[in-house]
Ligand binder design. Structure first.
Ligand code: AHM
Ligand code: MG
Length: 334
């Protein structure tokens, strides 16, 4: 896809907003906050190694995972910019046990779910990481928000996106009207439209999963992977295995090239590792909007009603033909 003239993210949002008669400007304020947060985190990520920002924080988050210094920096940054924008009543973050309710914004309609820095294990080795976010509208904003108000199905997302701090810094997002991608022009410090109306290929030849865990995978997943690795000219197999270990980077590659990403449940961890609200739902909304599929193995990801802010779900996501095929295997052997 060629780099488009110069349509900045701000211009793009203003143009989109003009299509909605009742737009209040709240949406563009939230996006400006997210954009600012991402630029600040991007600046810190680019300096990692030069300043004392690499390594462990020495603390754990609510999910028992060691926090990296950059995890904490990104978390603080996004919570601060979202609190200041004046349109967000609550923030749910991977790094925070509870929802953060923002003072003075009790009657605002929107809340944001965020994984401030996904792919933490890649920070210290200079591989791609990113920020995942979803925006939801409260059903009723006439009272101070409660945690239960933040437990909506992924199908209720108003917008979802991710910032990828990779070879270049990108924003991919959807508001339910297709998916568009913006690349940060470092000299201008502006996100510019670079990938208009992204469509994921229906099929693909890439499978991404942590094969080290094979012995714990359900039999259907094991059989599907064996099938992916068999030689067959007609279907172009064996497929390529690609796994960065950073959800955003793995799904982003498959979004552009075609492929499947799997993080299954296991006997010990039936819901897998990835978090429903700020990892699976966000990526599912984007991938579905691009023409792909996202499933838990039991149901469509976006149909799951969360009961806990940090609940996990198995994830099969990517090109529709590949996801359907993997699900066939899962059902056959379950
Ligand atoms: P994080 O949010 O703590 O970084 O964990 C989520 C990451 C995903 O980005 C990635 O897909 C997955 O964990 C990799 O897990 P594993 O190391 O088990 O393969
Ligand atoms: Mg994460």
């Amino acid at each position: 896809m060629a780099l488009k003239g110069l349509v900045t993210l701000e211009q793009f949002i203003v143009d989109q907003q003009a299509l909605y008669k009742n737009a209040t400007g709240a949406f563009s304020k939230m996006f400006r906050a997210l954009e600012l947060g991402a630029k600040m985190v991007n600046r810190d990520v680019r300096k990692a190694g030069l300043v004392d920002i690499l390594g462990d924080m020495g603390s754990m988050n609510v999910q028992g995972e060691y926090q990296k210094k950059l995890d904490v920096v990104a978390d603080t940054t996004f919570i601060e910019v979202l609190s200041r924008c004046g349109e967000v009543c609550a923030v749910i973050s991977e790094e925070q046990d509870h929802a953060i309710f923002i003072e003075g914004c009790e009657n605002k309609e929107y809340y944001v779910a965020i994984d401030p820095l996904d792919g933490s294990s890649n920070i210290d080795v200079n591989a791609s990481i990113g920020t995942i976010f979803s925006i939801y509208r409260r059903k009723d904003s006439n009272y101070s928000p409660k945690t239960e108000d933040c437990l909506q199905r992924g199908s209720e997302q108003v917008a979802a996106g991710y910032f990828l701090y990779g070879t270049s810094t990108m924003l991919i997002y959807t508001t339910g009207n297709g998916v568009n991608g913006f690349t940060l022009d470092d000299t201008l410090q502006e996100f510019c439209l670079s990938h208009e109306n992204i469509r994921i290929p229906e099929g693909g030849a890439i499978f991404s999963l942590n094969e080290g865990n094979t012995s714990d995978f359900p039999e259907g997943v094991r059989q599907y992977i064996t099938w992916c690795k068999e030689k067959d000219k007609a279907t172009g197999r064996p497929y390529a295995a690609r796994y960065i270990g950073s959800l955003i980077a793995d799904v982003h590659r498959n979004l552009l090239r075609g492929g499947i990403f799997i993080y299954p449940g296991t006997e010990k961890k039936p819901n897998g590792k990835l978090r429903l609200i700020y990892e699976c739902n966000t990526m599912a909304f984007i991938v579905e909007q691009a023409g792909g599929m996202a499933h838990s193995g039991r149901e469509r990801i976006l149909d799951i009603l969360p009961t806990d802010l940090h609940q996990r779900s198995p994830l099969f996501i990517g090109s529709a033909d590949m996801v359907n095929h993997a699900l066939e295997y899962l059902n056959r052997y379950s």
